[in-house]
Design a protein around this ligand. Structure first.
Ligand code: ADP
Ligand code: MG
Length: 615
């Protein structure tokens, strides 16, 4: 069987995606590989296809039990013999898995890194010819990454202990140079073929929204997208609990996850979400590592994540199946203070010297400042993200929240000068709130108390709204004309470009929104279709889609697997388009391989046929 047979017959896909084939070919020719590709790019297939082509066993080292279970279930559903060995198994379960690996009836064996030191496991490894060792989530090997796992450092020793050195393949979505170097060195990859695909995820729609009432926004968003899986990230356990309780009271299908819950509750809630028994997961950043649920349609951040890396990783859990998904960051300037507080109250690492502590704190501040820039930019969000990860991206993508906004550019230079003069007149001792209040002539107790009415700048920008002045200030910060002092009580002061502005050599152009964006609820119908497919399904097809979804859910609960293991959303959408009548036609549908055809073909064909007659 060659690689194309495996791709078509088992996975039901027609072609390889960017980067897959080169690495598969390298593995098949006996060369080590390193694949650095974003979440959802399809890294697993790169070792799963060779595993079926090569003689011998493929060992997959994976950091999380939930991840292993999920992948093994998915492989078994495709008819690929796979099993896993974890510390959570009984000795009997482990023996069964090892025995089937030993006799060759399992082609892929998933193991947690800790098991590599287990004597019984080592005994097996010595007997069975191992063709390939795939290290998934390979960044866990690096102390510089946030998911460091010490036992990943022992993989190297395990490999050298084998009678014959297998091909080694490592995969990660984390691409900083430091982490990549660590992977190459610590794993001992020899002359590997390295592929780094771009970091863009074209199916993700990014948006930053300034919402006064975040909870109201979230409720209207979920109401507009019923029955759809999504994650809402909160900064703290407390805000997670509060939002969860409020949504629960509102009758929404929600669950929650954070480190303050018992292990059982976390496990149960996670499964409710993965098995689509609950639609929405409200969680802290403790949730998500190893969540392979492919049909997450939205990730909303209730507040600012601590870094761009965190943001892209968390938001990236949306749309792994390649269908459209929303990544929405809700931002209010006060969030920056919450985050600073979180950073400041972090536990002190006893192993660090005061010098290292200061360095770490400065790093935290830098990361947060970058995240704040993202939240405030009026430019293309996708281009911002790609630029941050070191890619050259076009200045506009045409389909992020900022690119979609209807804006005109207007000259704000003279207003900007007034803002800076006011900051200077107040001796750089006040924050954006006070400055905007003074300039618009607001009447507030705090302003009265400081005698604002008597200042020469009081009301100097009076026709403008306070919110407009604030967004102008945001822009001046982005352009390094103003700066915010670090710390809890931030003050505005002049930045490196302030002088140029005052000297008249630095015009300030602002993008002003022409139309108010429609309320999200109004876009529901259109969004709902976008969710089904980027090219819109018509109403009849949409009705069929819902029927197929219902069938999938029924089969999933019978077999006790998550619905997306049976068929991905994308497969259902393709069925609605192609409306196959025969088994041969069904086999042409995206993601339908021989095994799934045999298992589910009749049921799905029956629904499609019945719906077709109803027309
Ligand atoms: P990663 O590990 O890179 O985050 P996965 O391996 O989990 O991504 O794959 C994401 C999704 O893409 C899975 O649903 C997988 O079946 C699908 N996929 C992978 N390769 C292909 C392909 N060549 N054609 C179509 N779908 C694919
Ligand atoms: Mg993966």
């Amino acid at each position: 069987m060659d690689k194309y047979d495996v791709l078509r017959q088992y996975f039901g896909y027609d072609s390889f995606r960017e980067g897959q084939e080169t690495l598969i070919d390298a593995i098949l020719s006996g060369r080590d590989v390193l694949g650095v590709m974003p979440t959802g790019a399809g890294k697993s297939l790169i070792y799963q296809v060779p595993a079926m082509v090569m003689d011998g066993l493929t060992l997959v080292i994976s950091p999380l039990i939930s991840l292993m279970k999920d992948q093994v279930a998915a492989l078994n559903a495709e008819g690929i013999p796979a099993a896993y060995v974890t510390s959570a198994q009984t000795p009997e379960e482990m023996n069964t898995a090892l025995a089937s690996a030993a006799e060759g009836s399992v082609k892929l064996l998933y193991v947690s890194p800790e098991r590599l030191e287990n004597t019984r496991f080592l005994a097996l490894a010595g007997q069975v010819p191992i063709a390939l060792v795939a290290v998934d989530e390979a960044h866990c090997i690096s102390q510089w990454g946030q998911d460091f796992r010490p036992s990943y450092r022992k993989i190297d020793r395990f490999i050298s202990s084998l009678p014959r050195r297998p091909v080694l393949a490592a995969f990660t979505a984390t691409a900083t140079d430091r982490v990549m170097e660590d992977i190459l060195n610590s794993l001992g990859l020899s002359d590997p073929a390295v592929t780094c695909t771009g970091f863009d995820r074209s199916n993700l729609y990014f948006e930053v929204r300034r919402e006064r009432d975040k909870e109201a926004f979230i409720k209207s968003y979920i109401s507009a997208h019923p029955g759809i899986s999504g994650i809402i990230y909160c900064a703290t356990r407390r805000s997670c609990d509060l939002l969860y309780a409020s949504l629960e009271r509102g009758g929404f299908s929600v669950t929650r996850y954070h480190a303050g819950l018992s292990a059982e509750e976390r496990q149960e809630n996670q499964e409710d979400f993965i098995f689509s028994r609950k639609d929405v997961m409200v969680a802290t950043n403790a949730f998500g590592m190893g969540i392979d649920k492919s049909d997450v349609r939205f990730v909303i951040h209730h507040s600012l994540p601590l870094s761009m890396e965190n943001y892209y990783q968390e938001a990236g859990r949306a749309g792994r199946d390649g269908l459209e998904a929303d990544c929405i960051l809700l931002f209010s300037p006060g969030d920056v203070h919450t985050d600073r507080f979180l950073i400041e109250s972090r536990t002190v690492e006893p192993s660090l010297t005061p010098e290292e502590m200061r360095e770490a704190a400065a790093g935290d501040e830098r990361r947060l400042a970058m995240m704040t820039r993202y939240a405030r930019t009026t430019g293309c969000l996708r281009s911002f993200i790609r630029g941050y990860f070191g890619e050259n991206a076009p200045a506009t993508c045409g389909h992020c929240g900022n690119c979609c906004r209807d804006t005109v550019e207007i000259d704000r230079t003279s207003e900007a000068v007034t803002v800076v003069r006011c900051v200077l007149a107040l001796r750089e001792r006040y924050g954006a709130g006070v400055i905007a209040g003074v300039l618009t002539g607001a009447k507030r107790q705090k302003l009265t108390a400081m005698g604002a009415e008597h200042l020469s700048h009081y009301g100097a920008l009076a026709p403008m709204k306070e919110s407009e002045v604030k967004s102008l200030i945001d822009q001046l910060i982005l352009e390094d004309i103003l700066e915010e002092t670090p710390g809890r009580y931030t003050c505005l002061k002049c930045g490196p470009h302030a002088e140029e502005l005052l000297g008249g050599t630095c015009p300030v152009m602002a993008r002003i929104e022409v139309l108010k964006p429609e309320p999200v609820v109004g876009r529901a119908a259109e969004r709902r279709r976008r969710i089904a497919e980027s090219d819109v399904l018509d109403t009849v097809e949409m009705a069929l889609f819902e029927k197929l979804r219902a069938l999938r859910k029924e089969l999933a609960s019978l077999e006790k697997v998550p619905p997306y293991i049976i068929f991905a959303d994308k497969t259902l959408v393709d069925m609605c388009r192609k409306k196959p009548k025969t088994e041969a036609e069904l086999l042409e549908v995206y993601g339908v391989g021989k095994n799934k055809l045999a298992r589910y073909g009749k049921d799905f064909l029956a629904v499609i046929r019945k719906e077709g007659q109803g027309e």
